[in-house]
Ligand binder design. Structure first.
Ligand SMILES: Cc1ncc(COP(=O)(O)O)c(C=O)c1O
Length: 403
């Protein structure tokens, strides 16, 4: 009989030659357990997904209940389904009144695709501005927003009309002009290695958009649902986007995403042509029930309001000579090392010691810390102790090989 690893290599498509191959048996709370019974402290949340930890009872219960009531009935937002209403009502009650409607989809990239269509259709313009070193997803439209041509040229041609500017550089905001449909950016740029906005950058983007009639789209797919210490990143940085994109943590571990905007902007996909964007599974009732349970739990317990004190404790504990700096916004953190060579040793040693951290797409010196928001003080101390040990290892190894 083939081993699990063989089956995985032979029959599940991978995207790199060196997959991590953690054999997952089960996961609960802050921990993922492998088939040998080894526990891994999850300091990544599957990249900002499992904010309530794994298999949160409230989410599991909601899934059970809804799956016994009804699952899929009809696509394209034609049927009225209570779980969709519950989530949309709860979510929009937390937002500026202009963000009053949710279009449900299945994943972050899909939300980007709809945003691209909405801003083009609503403004009648096709130029789109995006930020260099941002990642918005792997579908063709979302990939076209990427700035690294080394990557995108492998999949050419992308969609036309994309212009890039540097995040946090107000001087480039003039690229947003009267021909621009909109700008798509994150409140905190994640994949470049966590760059929060500085000097009211997002407010400057907002006013430039207003000046030229372009729409501001905030991709809150990583920052949403409490990760930055506020329910949404735009709350923290004092702006209201025209369109907000959500995903990742939205479903409490289940796949769902959404585009949140105004009645007016969504009217552009209702007629001329009708069915301007459709989806078979977006807003699946079982997943909407999970999303509702997850958001309700965050709001009832004020989980997001305790994120900043957890961030502070991590910043206090993580002190090591090979750390150059730590950039963070709540529990979205990048630990930048003094040498590039340390990185893979820190990540793989932490794995061996039972803690999961990850790389960034566009930063070869930093590792990612994005633990579930439920992490407690003891787990923070344990996680940081493992990371410090992994950094000792990386430093000693480097010394040995360079003497
Ligand atoms: C900021 C951001 N936007 C969009 C996406 C794409 O989401 P998905 O992988 O669900 O398509 C990601 C995924 O990592 C992301 O980090």
């Amino acid at each position: 009989m083939s081993s699990r690893r063989e089956l995985f290599i032979n029959h599940v498509a991978q995207t790199s030659e060196l997959p991590l191959q953690l054999e997952v048996e089960r996961a609960k709370g802050m921990y993922i357990y492998d088939t040998q019974g080894k526990a891994y402290l999850d300091l990544n949340s599957g990249i900002s997904v499992s904010s309530l930890g794994h298999c949160h009872p409230a989410v599991v219960e909601a899934i059970k209940k809804q799956s016994e009531t009804f699952m899929h009935t009809m696509v394209y937002g034609e049927h009225i389904q209570q779980p969709q209403l519950n989530f949309a009502q709860l979510l929009t009650s937390q937002l500026d009144p202009r963000l009053s409607k949710v279009y449900y989809l299945n994943g972050g990239s899909e939300a980007i695709e709809l945003a691209i269509k909405l801003i083009r259709r609503h403004t009648g313009r096709y130029k789109i501005v995006a930020c260099r070193n941002a990642y918005h997803g792997s579908t063709l439209g979302a990939e076209s927003l990427r700035s690294d041509t080394e990557f995108t040229r492998a999949f050419l041609p992308g969609i036309p009309g994309i212009y890039h500017i540097d995040f946090n550089n107000p001087e480039e905001l003039e690229t947003i002009d009267c021909r621009t449909a909109g700008i798509i950016l994150e409140p905190v740029q994640a994949e470049s290695g966590i760059h929060p906005p500085v000097n009211d950058y997002l407010k400057m983007v907002r006013s430039r958009c207003d000046e030229v009639g372009a729409l501001m789209v905030l991709d809150e797919i990583q920052t949403g649902f409490g990760r930055t210490g506020h329910l949404f990143g735009h709350h923290k940085y004092g702006v209201v986007p025209d369109i907000m994109l959500i995903g990742k943590a939205m479903g409490g571990g289940m796949p769902i995403s959404g585009v949140v905007s105004s009645v007016e902007i969504f009217s552009s996909i209702i007629k001329n042509p009708a069915l301007g964007h459709i989806t078979t599974f977006g807003g699946h009732p079982v997943i909407c029930a999970a999303a509702h349970a997850s958001l309700e739990h965050i709001l009832d317990t004020g989980l997001h309001t305790r994120v900043l004190e957890k961030e502070k404790l991590i910043l206090e504990l993580l002190k090591h000579p090979i750390i150059k700096e730590i950039r963070s916004s709540g529990l979205m953190m990048a630990v930048e090392l003094t040498r590039r060579k340390y990185l893979k040793h820190v990540v793989s040693k932490a794995f061996e010691l039972g803690a999961l951290v990850d790389y960034f797409l566009f930063n070869a010196r930093s590792f990612r810390l994005a633990p579930p928001l439920i992490i407690n003080e003891e787990q923070i101390r344990k996680g940081c102790a493992i990371l410090l040990e992994a950094m000792n290892y990386a430093e000693n190894r480097y010394k040995k090989t360079n003497n």
